[in-house]
Design a protein around this ligand. Structure first.
Ligand code: SAM
Ligand code: SF4
Length: 349
């Protein structure tokens, strides 16, 4: 039994907060993992062109997805191994019934310090109060353009107004950490960099420019829209010559702030993969597969263990094994086999 609770306090990766369980999830390269990202569904109310085709992908029926009880049990086991931060994603997590209760339950699990959500924000306005009340600590809202016509083009849905109202509601209810995710696309939203940076002027939110990744079966990323982190940073420095380097999370290596602005701007090299050595993430797909890297092809089936009467020790052992075998970086992971999933919505972005 490796899930020994040790009440000694240990510093987390940012060196700020303390937690009661030592980081037991490790790999062969000296990394430790304290951040678990869980997809709660595959379905979505948008159809972002880089994520899935108009007709969607073969979404698994809900009976094949993890139940709330299974998710909670898995998180308890992970918390016993030193996981302190949870993010729910999808699919579109706000479409999952019982999400608010799930967030509330997970917020109360010992050792879990913060619960976060990644959402397209379309349904957020009507849920922000409840989510805050459930203990949600952070929310990342994906909005790739502020222009209604361009939003319709990229998401195939006319919902930018609702997404922006969602962002406004998150600010009004004061969800402690608010980030806006922008997939940077050359020739599409590169002309809006200043508009996005200006969102950080009066409110302490972080705008994150994210590199396009090759996860859609239709390979939109091969159509010349790729805009590298280095190029985004160059553009930022030209547009805001006085921009200053700042401090962010483990995967926000390039983080800036404009003097006088309240928020921050991050550039995420998710395709360039410059930050693999700082990775602290574990992923769980909606159908209950542990993925030790976003780019990994090998998955570890925890759904089976959750359903067949296996013990918490068995689940802990599978998680420990999965993370120990994490490839050194996303390039190695990508070469480890052929991707069998068609969209980020099936992996949990
Ligand atoms: N539906 C929610 C949303 O859009 O925020 C959560 C799931 S979505 C898969 C999570 C994140 O992955 C979003 O910020 C989305 O923009 C990003 N994403 C999806 N496909 C991507 C791709 N091919 N390259 C880069 N980011 C991608
Ligand atoms: Fe839906 Fe998010 Fe994929 Fe867009 S990126 S289609 S919002 S899951």
């Amino acid at each position: 039994m490796r899930m020994k609770l040790n009440k000694n306090e240990h510093q987390n990766d940012s060196g700020v907060q303390k937690y009661a369980v030592p980081p037991l999830l490790k790999d062969q390269f000296g990394r430790t993992f304290n951040y678990l990202r869980i997809a709660v569904n595959e379905i979505c109310n948008l159809r972002c062109i880089y994520c899935m085709p108009e007709e969607g992908v073969p979404f698994k029926p809900s009976k094949e997805l993890l139940t709330s009880d299974e998710i909670i049990r898995f998180i308890k086991v992970a918390a016993g191994l030193g996981v302190i931060k949870i993010r729910f994603t999808g699919g579109e997590p706000l479409l999952r019934k019982g999400l608010v209760q799930l967030i509330s339950d997970v917020s109360n699990i010992p050792n879990i310090q913060s619960v976060h959500l990644t959402t397209n924000g379309v349904l957020l306005e009507g849920m922000a109060v409840e989510l805050k009340g459930a203990g949600l600590h952070g929310i990342n809202i994906s909005i790739d353009t502020l222009d209604p016509d361009k939003y319709k083009m990229i998401t195939r849905r006319d919902e930018v107004e609702k997404a922006l109202k969602g962002l406004k509601a998150a600010k009004e209810v004061k969800i402690p950490s608010i980030k806006v995710n922008v997939v940077a696309l050359r020739g599409f939203n590169d002309s809006e960099i200043s508009d996005f940076v200006n969102l950080t002027k009066h409110y302490p939110l972080t705008v994150r420019f994210i590199e396009l990744m090759p996860f859609d079966a239709h390979q939109i990323w091969k159509t010349g829209k790729f805009f590298s982190a280095k190029q985004i940073i160059n553009d930022l420095k030209q547009l805001f010559p006085n921009i200053k380097t700042s401090i962010g999370t483990a995967t926000e290596h390039s983080i800036f702030s404009v003097p006088g602005f309240k928020g921050k701007v991050a550039v995420i090299p998710s395709y360039s993969r410059d930050l693999c050595s700082a990775c602290n993430r574990v992923r769980l797909t909606a159908d209950g597969q542990i993925r030790n890297c976003l780019y990994a092809k090998n998955e570890y089936n925890v759904k089976e263990l959750l359903m067949n009467g296996s013990t918490d020790n068995d689940i802990a052992d599978l998680l420990l094994k999965a993370m120990w075998k994490k490839p050194i970086d996303g390039w190695k992971a990508q070469r480890s086999g052929k991707e069998h999933r068609e969209s980020m919505t099936q992996i949990g972005g």
